[in-house]
Design a protein around this ligand. Structure first.
Ligand SMILES: NC(=O)c1ccc[n+]([C@@H]2O[C@H](COP(=O)([O-])OP(=O)(O)OC[C@H]3O[C@@H](n4cnc5c(N)ncnc54)[C@H](O)[C@@H]3O)[C@@H](O)[C@H]2O)c1
Length: 278
């Protein structure tokens, strides 16, 4: 029987339709207390994000906490930039004050789609470095901040939300692909560093998931806002015949965060409706 009263911290939870919020809802439903984190309460807005994707009353992580509590769960929020060491220390202090400490870390936060996006000759090196700082350094700092406690209590779960782009590359996405390969490598390395201590570290690699991030990305590629409804229709090349949902990713994360996944370590689980089959 799985133990379900642990403390989970999930980064990148500010968007109503985001993967982070879905993971937080799922882990709270599994019985864990959750700490929902973002750099801004409502999530950092992408430059190509069309207006009106979140409901007017949505107040980001504050609304998410209310939603989870109303459903009978336990939650609190913390704001901060995961690429900043002081912010990471403050987020961890907030989590410790609220619930004692973090048993399950879900590194879901990611730089906005448009940051560093473009053909190799066009990418701004400053943006490239910022993507690496958020996705790789941020993931590292969060993992480092929880490792000692997890090791000491001889139980811990770390799940890094990477991307299929980190495994097979992604056109016009040098920064994103390189950073997500780094996120996968961090999970593999932590599996080795912490595996003997009852701690697992795995990566989840989503394919095309229906979130405002994807809508922003497709709008950027199309040069105009695209209709979100179109994304849900049949997607060429995806055997499942549809885009994935944030809940599809959350279900996989829930398994990796559980006692049932104790012997799954250092893995990269692809959640893409069957597109890659690696
Ligand atoms: N949507 C997809 O199709 C897809 C596919 C593969 C992987 N992913 C990955 O899944 C994760 C969630 O994606 P999403 O679609 O929900 O996108 P999203 O961009 O809406 O979510 C990312 C969240 O991270 C937050 N964030 C950004 N920088 C931060 C920082 N420095 N500190 C703290 N928080 C920060 C943002 O504010 C945002 O709320 C991302 O890591 C993304 O790369 C998404």
């Amino acid at each position: 029987m799985d133990t379900q009263n642990r403390v989970a911290l999930v980064t990148g939870c500010g968007k109503q339709d985001g993967i982070g919020a879905a993971i937080a809802r799922r882990l709270a439903g599994d019985g864990h207390a959750v700490v929902v984190v973002d750099i801004e309460a409502g999530g950092a807005r992408d430059t190509h994000e069309p207006d009106g994707l979140a409901k007017a009353e949505w107040r980001g992580v504050e609304s998410l906490v209310e939603e989870i509590r109303t459903a009978g769960g336990t939650a609190t929020s913390a704001l901060g930039d995961i690429s900043n060491r002081e912010d990471v220390a403050r987020i961890m202090a907030d989590a410790a004050q609220a619930f004692g400490g973090v048993d399950i870390l879900i590194n879901n936060a990611g730089a906005p789609f448009s940051m560093g996006h473009g053909d190799i000759v066009d990418v701004d090196p400053v943006e490239f470095e910022r993507v690496m700082a958020i996705n790789v350094t941020g993931t590292f700092l969060m993992g480092q901040a929880v490792a000692a406690r997890m090791r000491e209590q001889r139980w811990g779960r770390i799940v890094n939300v990477a991307s299929v782009a980190g495994r097979v590359g992604s056109k016009m996405n040098s920064a994103y692909s390189a950073s997500k390969a780094g996120v996968i490598a961090l999970a593999q390395t932590w599996a080795l560093d912490l595996g003997a201590d009852g701690v697992t570290a795995n990566a989840v690699l989503p394919g095309l998931i229906h979130t405002s991030r994807t809508i922003s990305g497709m709008s950027k590629k199309a040069g105009a806002p695209i209709d979100p409804a179109k994304l849900s229709k049949t997607v060429p090349g995806v055997p499942a015949g549809r885009a994935g949902t944030p809940e599809d990713v959350a279900g996989t994360v829930s398994f990796l965060a559980s006692d049932s996944a104790a012997y799954v370590n250092g893995q990269s689980l692809i959640v893409d409706g069957g597109s890659l089959r690696l």
